[in-house]
Design a protein around this ligand. Structure first.
Ligand SMILES: NC(=O)c1ccc[n+]([C@@H]2O[C@H](COP(=O)([O-])OP(=O)(O)OC[C@H]3O[C@@H](n4cnc5c(N)ncnc54)[C@H](OP(=O)(O)O)[C@@H]3O)[C@@H](O)[C@H]2O)c1
Length: 280
């Protein structure tokens, strides 16, 4: 019996399953089969991106699954080469085509690229697409607080989410607090730091007390903090493991012990330094 994943409500009333499935680094040719396994395990929220080159695999899985479009929450993200407004519009059309669906649930600016151009222009392109009704909610990814403040000063739509790197070694509490105060849900990417936190003695200890794995402890910590997560795995048994989070609870002392693991460790780049634009 698949777990029942709770929804969070975004600032425009749209509901998002708090636990989903990420497909970063899932090979395009394998994506449809992997996502079909994820659907079979019970996931109903898929996080993809133009940059991952596997939106078509997500679309194929949706078509083959027999699920209704409305049963699945799909996020994609604007690639770094398409920040110019007309390029953003064109890229969004290609996303719909690849997914084979008339709309996406959530569409994000993937990176702010502060040295490439002005993300405010890009955000206004997303606002225009949102107004057409083909995106249910728009948001950003990898935005620092100063990027969010600039959007607040210049734009009309508040991002529904900010998708940022968060895990026990990078707790991001000030940025998460800014989001909470301004109605922006935090989505925690690399929630287990791509496996780098799994050998941590505290996570092992706490897992032992609950009969759970370190991955389950870390993911449960995110959920109890109120963030959205979408761990990635290509292994079916890990899909089940990462979904089995709703029949145990971490105590306050355990939550605090995990908070104390923060060491400001990024597995990915700092968004202020990252200005990479793909050439294809
Ligand atoms: N917005 C952004 O810039 C950004 C950046 C990075 C990621 N993301 C999103 O966040 C999602 C998750 O992040 P991520 O893929 O970087 O990392 P992650 O979910 O923290 O970790 C994935 C890695 O952990 C392994 N793993 C998963 N579950 C496990 C388990 N229960 N036990 C042991 N190992 C396990 C996976 O291996 P196997 O696959 O071999 O099982 C994979 O190597 C991505 O897929 C993507 O959707 C967004």
């Amino acid at each position: 019996m698949p777990a029942v994943v709770p929804n969070l409500t975004l600032n425009n009333g749209v509901e998002i399953p708090q636990l989903g499935f990420g497909v970063f680094q899932v090979e395009p040719a394998r994506t449809a089969d992997v996502v079909l396994d994820a659907f079979d395990a019970g996931y109903r929220h898929i996080d993809t991106a133009q940059m991952y080159k596997n939106e078509a695999g997500v679309g194929e899985a949706l078509a083959r699954s027999g699920l209704d479009r409305s049963d699945v929450f799909i996020t994609s993200k604007l690639n770094n080469g398409f920040h110019e407004p007309q390029a953003a519009h064109d890229a969004f059309e290609r996303t719909l085509e690849a997914l084979g669906t008339p709309y996406v649930d959530l569409f994000l600016i993937h990176w702010p690229l502060p040295k490439v151009g002005d993300f405010v222009d890009t955000w206004q392109a997303l606002e225009a697409l949102y107004a057409t009704g083909r995106i249910r909610a728009i948001g950003v990814s990898n935005f620092h607080e100063h990027h969010l403040r600039r959007l607040a000063e210049t734009s009309t739509v508040t991002p529904a989410v900010n998708q940022i790197e968060v895990h026990p070694y990078l707790s991001q509490n000030p940025l998460r607090a800014y989001g909470r105060e301004h109605g922006i849900v935090t989505e925690a990417w690399s929630p287990i730091a791509q496996g780098k936190v799994l050998g941590d003695p505290e996570l092992v200890r706490i897992g032992g007390a609950h009969g759970r794995t370190p991955a389950q402890v870390a993911l449960r910590w995110h959920l109890q903090r109120g963030d959205v997560v979408f761990p990635k795995t290509t292994h079916r048994e890990r899909m089940d493991e990462n979904l089995a989070l709703f029949d145990f609870e971490l105590a306050e002392e355990e939550m605090a012990a995990i908070e104390a693991l923060d060491r400001g460790m990024r597995t990915g780049p700092d968004p202020d330094e990252f200005n990479w634009v793909p050439q294809d």
